[in-house]
Design a protein around this ligand. Structure first.
Ligand code: NAP
Length: 288
């Protein structure tokens, strides 16, 4: 039995969608019953909260492998420590942790580095998946202004990032969860090209047949815009810090890990744009 945590999230949902096509027995952990209702058929459902050890214990019953996904919040390392303690206690054989590329060079990857260290010290067999920034962030964070203003905003200057498609992360996760031979390994997952936001704007413009512009802002102005949009201060600071890493070129490396594991090239940004065209349709700007 394989347990997928974070099953309602961006990555967990895609892993679930892909793993149900394999013969593996799968249990999906959701925090909320309403979100669990959207799970694909053939999947066992469990309601689990990392903060409630008793829910973790019942979710882990009979489980051999866990896909561990923590939320991008300040308590990620603490939540994952609680999960790892129970995983160890329950004698689960292997944890595949969704981590992040970037080492200790920015807030988000640093959280994951702390969590990786804890897993290593626990003695539980592990595989670390370290993706670069997701292409789908463009949908989740930038589609609203792309669709109302034909523009998206950031503070990463000309810095290039080898963004990866979540569908490729999920395909790698499914392989590591359903095949042997990944224990003790770290897979660093990038897309096939490092692109600046100006280059991404050009790809979107070509695909959508309208001009999309990238607008570079001073970090403080970007932070204020995120706060005004309702983002908590920790999240705004962490995102500005990530953009600082991007600006400095710290996320531009490319690896061959996706191609080695999937035996195909990772998805290009051009293909991502074609596949998600519906998310970037022009809308009237709301009058405030
Ligand atoms: N975005 C990027 O570019 C990027 C790049 C590299 C790595 N990452 C890392 O990838 C990971 C996953 O990202 P994502 O976009 O899939 O995140 P997400 O969509 O926010 O999903 C997080 C999941 O965790 C669940 N969760 C939250 N608190 C929980 C708790 N106390 N107990 C049990 N489950 C809980 C959420 O459930 P609910 O839906 O019920 O809240 C959700 O299913 C994060 O750790 C992030 O740091 C992100």
């Amino acid at each position: 039995m394989i347990l997928i945590t974070g099953a309602s999230g961006n990555v967990g949902k895609e892993v679930l969608k892909q793993i149900v096509r394999t013969p593996a027995q799968v249990r999906a952990a959701f925090q909320s019953p309403s979100k669990a209702a959207g799970a694909p058929s053939g999947v066992e459902i469990v309601i689990m909260d990392f903060n409630r050890p008793e829910t973790l214990r019942s979710a882990l019953k009979g489980v051999e492998r866990v896909f561990l996904v923590g939320p991008p919040t300040p308590d990620l390392p603490a939540l994952e420590r609680k999960a790892v303690d129970e995983i160890k206690q329950c004698g689960v054989g292997h944890v595949v942790k969704l981590s992040a590329m970037g080492g200790r060079a920015a807030t988000f990857p640093r959280q994951h580095a702390d969590s990786e260290d804890y897993i290593k010290s626990s003695g539980v067999a592990y595989t670390f998946l370290r993706p670069n920034g997701f292409m789908q962030n463009m949908v989740n964070y930038n589609a609203p202004t792309i669709n109302t203003q034909n523009a998206f905003y950031g503070c990463q200057g000309e810095g290039k990032v080898s963004h990866i498609d979540i569908r490729d992360i999920a395909a790698v996760a499914v392989k590591t969860l359903t095949e042997d031979g990944h224990e003790g390994k770290t897979h660093t997952l990038t897309g096939p090209a490092a692109l600046s936001n100006a280059q991404i704007a050009q790809i979107l413009s070509d695909d959508l047949a309208r001009e999309i512009n990238y607008v570079d802002l001073p970090p403080e102005q970007l932070k204020q815009a995120m706060l005004a949009a309702g983002m908590p201060e920790w999240g705004a600071d962490a995102l500005c810090d990530l953009q600082r890493l991007y600006r400095e070129g710290g996320a531009s490396a490319m690896t061959s890990d996706v191609e080695q594991i999937l035996r195909r090239k990772p998805t290009s940004f051009e293909q991502f744009s074609r596949d998600y065209r519906q998310a970037f349709q022009p809308q009237e700007r709301a009058v405030s």
